[in-house]
Design a binder for this molecule. Sequence first.
Ligand SMILES: [Zn+2]
Length: 230
Amino acid sequence: MNPYVKDFFHLSFPRYCAGCEKPLYFTEKALCVHCLLALPRARMHHERENAIEKLFWGKANVEMATAFLRMSRKGMAHRLIHELKYDGNKAVGVQLGKLFGAELSRAPEWKNIDLIVPVPLHPLKELERGYNQSAMIAMGMSDTMRVKWRAHALKRNVHTASQTRRSRWERWQNVNDIFSLDREIFNKTSHCLLVDDVITTGATIEACVNAVHQHFECKISVASLARPVR
Ligand SMILES: [Zn+2]
């Protein structure tokens, strides 16, 4: 687009930074350059046996796990996740996904991923929100990692029961009911990256991983945009 036309649009329909709410310059996407530099990066993707990997020990066979941002209660990551999930700001998910993907693509151990799949939302929830926030992150990561992503390789069935109140054995039996897989996609996959927005207990991801591993032997790694910290 002609730069003058861009300027005109920018003046007529200003956009605001999801981090600091100041107006964005037209070349900036969802975040201004100051907020990009101030992102509270977790920098844990080189660290094996990190706190996120430990969440799955004895519960699910996860190859590697990492998070991009440290999320404190009133910090920037918290604001950004809120924008993504509750304020309809899809662009912030895509932009952060791109940055996250760029970080992982520079690390040799993350290079053999051949499929990116977002953790699915309950279909009614997705309908209500209009999009799956994890899919926005996956889309951005796919772009900078140059790996294909499939929005619905994993689907959450409508009759989802609460995970948290079940015993581990019940959860194990239940994973086939909760998720359905696109077998054609997983058949051709050797290392899948599961993408989520925030990881706390890891119960949903545990169920996803076990649902896939009941039918397929592919490696599964986990990337969460944010990780709560105190
Ligand atoms: Zn900003």
